[in-house]
Design a protein around this ligand. Structure first.
Ligand SMILES: NC(=O)C1=CN([C@@H]2O[C@H](COP(=O)(O)OP(=O)(O)OC[C@H]3O[C@@H](n4cnc5c(N)ncnc54)[C@H](O)[C@@H]3O)[C@@H](O)[C@H]2O)C=CC1
Ligand SMILES: CC(C)CC(=O)C(=O)O
Ligand SMILES: [Mg+2]
Length: 356
């Protein structure tokens, strides 16, 4: 199979972990006789430094032509004082919007070997396996106005959703639950927010079409508590953009590290973008110590969702599991009797499994 993949390394640890993913994909291509081509483009702070915009037109044009996109991460203190249209994060939001990547799927599944790497008790997190379906192109991060007002003394951000935007992500939530354990938790703040009231209405309406799915509504504050006290009550969580952003970082604690959480950002039709759930971790960039697994598992999601290469994706998942079960771990994880390895050593170990 021939596929063309656009690479957007971005900032901080983005380039290092993306290099790992490309090495893994080259091993997969060689084993299964696929032809993957890669084309690298600028995004985020790297793009600001080079061409003074966080999402250059050339990047967007190449992304639109690609069969899939892999993105590292953007941002860092270097650009923290920039005006808001020259922030690296703007590039990420802009590409999500431009490609209509409305559905961000963030699976959260721990490994037995890493049960003690989490600060949470083993009996709480054992067996947890959930999927966060996060709306990605609406809500607070995109609402207008979003600005300082009254000579900079006051401020406004806007949380806006159309019924259509809510309907399509809720549908994705139901469809995802059908493929899993058939339980959907819709998370909102319907005791306060108008947007959440409409959200709840839409979930109730659509539940009529999915009689096999058990539906529950939870408020986001209580969800934050349940996630780390009773994670096994969750199968699929569907929620709006900011709630999903926050809850997914929290859920990463179940796996031991934010560096373990992959994601797929999908459109209704058109190219998909695959990125770790974490950010650019600038304080560990360039040291060959970042955990590449979130990025590597994101590339497995790419093979599965964009190319329908399930056997190949399964092999990456298996290779990662094998390395973790052997006790290999990067510095972000503490593993009893484990072996701490660098980013590149972890990558090489995963490749060895794939190639064997
Ligand atoms: N998708 C993206 O590109 C995102 C970008 N950001 C940006 O990243 C920058 C840093 O933000 P933070 O709040 O520090 O979030 P972060 O996710 O970069 O880091 C949070 C913590 O997790 C650790 N961490 C994250 N990924 C890791 C990995 N693969 N291996 C080992 N440790 C890892 C970091 O070292 C840090 O201690 C900011 O500029 C922020 O805006 C934040 C979140 C998402
Ligand atoms: C620019 C941010 C919204 C990125 C982020 O934190 C995320 O997508 O998880
Ligand atoms: Mg986030």
């Amino acid at each position: 199979m021939k596929k063309h993949i656009v690479l957007l390394p971005g900032d901080g640890i983005g380039p290092e972990i993306l290099d790992s993913s490309v090495a893994i994909l080259r091993a997969i291509a060689s084993k299964f006789n696929h032809h993957f081509t890669f084309e690298t483009h600028l995004i985020g702070g790297a793009a600001i430094d080079e061409v003074n915009e966080p999402l250059p037109k050339e990047t967007l044009a190449a992304a639109k032509e690609a069969d899939a996109i892999l993105l590292g991460a953007v941002g860092g203190p270097k650009w923290d004082q920039n005006p808001s249209d020259l922030r690296p994060e703007r590039g990420l939001l802009a590409i999500r919007k431009a490609l209509d990547l409305y559905a961000n799927l963030r699976p959260v599944k721990g490994f037995e070997k890493l049960l003690h790497a989490s600060p949470l008790k083993e009996e709480i997190i054992k067996g947890s396996d959930l999927l966060i379906v996060r709306e990605l192109t609406g809500g607070l991060y995109f609402g207008r106005p979003s600005e300082r007002i009254n000579n900079g003394e006051d401020v406004v951000d806007t949380l806006a959703y159309s019924r259509k935007e809510i309907e399509r992500i809720v549908k994705k939530g139901f469809e995802s639950a059908q493929l899993r354990r058939k339980k959907l938790t819709s998370v909102d703040k319907a005791n306060v927010l108008e947007s959440s009231k409409l959200w709840r209405e839409v979930v109730e309406e659509q539940s009529q079409n999915y009689p096999d799915i058990e539906v529950e509504h939870l408020l986001v504050d209580a969800t934050a508590m349940h996630l780390i006290t009773q994670p096994n009550r969750f199968d699929v969580i569907v929620t709006e953009n900011m709630f999903g952003d926050i809850l997914s970082d929290e859920a990463s604690v179940l796996t031991g590290s934010l560096g373990m959480l992959p994601s797929a950002s999908l459109a209704e039709s058109g190219v998909g973008l695959y990125e770790p759930a974490h950010g650019s971790a600038p304080e560990i960039a360039g040291q060959n110590i970042a955990n590449p697994i979130a990025m590597i598992l994101s590339s497995a999601m790419m093979l599965r969702y964009s190319f329908d290469l399930n056997e190949e994706a399964d092999l990456i998942d298996k290779a990662v599991a094998s390395c973790i079960n052997r006790g290999l771990h990067t510095a972000d994880l503490q593993v009893e009797n484990g072996t701490q390895v660098s980013t590149s050593e972890m990558t090489d170990a995963i490749i060895d499994f794939i190639s064997s």
